[in-house]
Design a protein around this ligand. Structure first.
Ligand code: NAP
Length: 323
């Protein structure tokens, strides 16, 4: 139905893409499926580690249609689904090196290859935050972890600590409790922000205890984690707690570094959107956790992705790039 119009440059006929999608979480895959089904023949740049944050989670129980499914299995289903509609040579499993949104058509660099495109959907998602302690960084992979699902197995019958008070911390604690001897959640306030169902599971698990109003001030150990230094933020009391594992689950920051200075970005690093998915540049759309500072749910990210593909299609039609 749609026809790609060729773009002339210095006498050569060079292909300019209709749309490039950056990211392979639910937003990226939904955008790819919608764009491909609109005959835009999109390029999907999935990154070196395809699948986004759900690759690091255990059971997903709130994605409609799946009562309970492992995060990586859900992403594999999305990948297979997208392959039904995408051209095989238009799936790129590499990271974007940089983008140039200051000239049109836009440019997307992947190592030494440059792709030109009339529209862009940014679904680059978010990455896990760390506490920012020197010893935390030094002991990553030696007892400090940002991924309970990946590393829980190594903590069989050991004592572990989880930092955070959101759904991720609850989920990590529950998952770790299947392996570890005991799990202690350290939270900086006296109340969790996690959903009630996730909190209830934590409170009813006899292996999990909570220490409230407390922060981790340091991580102890030479070759591997041996303990954490804690401070009660209300009383100022400090204590050393022995532990063999420290799991950080304190939220995420949007992956927007390469767009800084080219798109409007808010003070927390999220791409600013208007009319749902439109960014400050015409033809550039943002979907999912890279612009959603409020909901941050897989199902909502997929919805943003679909919206971005619909808006990109409208943009290309209005510009008479496709019909
Ligand atoms: P989050 O909801 O932003 O929670 C982050 C937690 O870490 C908060 O409790 C916060 O404390 C604490 N925190 C932040 N910075 C800290 C620091 N420097 N030191 C100590 N504590 C710190 O993040 P999330 O838990 O990763 O969840 C993100 C989104 O994904 C949420 O919308 C969540 O619903 C969703 N999610 C859903 C599921 C599920 O449904 N199965 C699973 C995982 C995540 P304060 O509370 O004091 O701010």
């Amino acid at each position: 139905m749609y026809r790609v119009i060729q773009y002339l440059k210095l006498g050569e006929v060079e292909m300019v893409e209709n749309v490039i999608i950056i990211g392979s979480g639910p937003a990226g895959y939904a955008a790819a499926i919608y764009a491909a089904r609109n005959d835009l023949d999109p390029i999907l740049i999935r990154g070196l580690q395809a699948g986004g944050q759900l690759m690091l989670t255990s059971f997903v129980e709130n994605y409609p249609g799946f009562e309970s499914i492992l995060g990586p299995d859900l992403m594999e289903k999305m990948s297979q689904h997208s392959k039904k509609f995408l051209s095989p040579n238009k799936i790129i499993d590499n990271d974007v090196t940089s983008v140039d949104l200051n000239s049109f058509p836009y440019k997307v660099h992947v190592e030494d290859k440059v792709y030109e495109t009339y529209s862009l959907i940014i679904a680059s998602g978010a990455s896990a935050k760390w506490l920012g302690l020197e010893n935390e960084k030094r002991l990553i992979g030696k007892g400090v972890s940002g991924c309970a699902v990946c590393d829980a197995f190594f903590f069989k019958n050991k004592s572990v600590v989880v930092v955070g008070g959101g759904d991720s911390a609850m989920e990590d604690a529950g998952y770790l409790a299947k392996f570890a001897k005991d799990v202690i959640i350290i939270h900086r306030r006296d109340k969790f922000r996690a959903s009630s169902i996730m909190q209830d599971r934590v409170f009813s698990n006899p292996k999990i205890k909570v220490i409230w109003d407390t922060v981790v001030e340091d991580v102890l150990g030479t070759d591997h984690v041996e303990g954490v230094k804690l401070k009660n933020v209300k009383t100022g009391e400090e204590k050393i707690m022995p532990t063999q594992g420290l799991f950080i689950a304190i939220g995420h920051y949007p992956n927007t570094d390469m767009f800084k200075g080219q798109l409007q970005i808010d003070e927390l690093g999220y791409i600013v959107t208007h009319d749902s998915v439109k960014t400050s540049k015409e033809g550039v759309f943002a979907a999912g956790d890279v612009q959603d500072r409020r909901y941050k749910q897989a199902v909502i990210a997929a919805g943003w992705g679909a919206m971005a593909a619909i808006e990109a299609t409208k943009f290309l039609e209005e510009k008479k790039i496709v019909k």
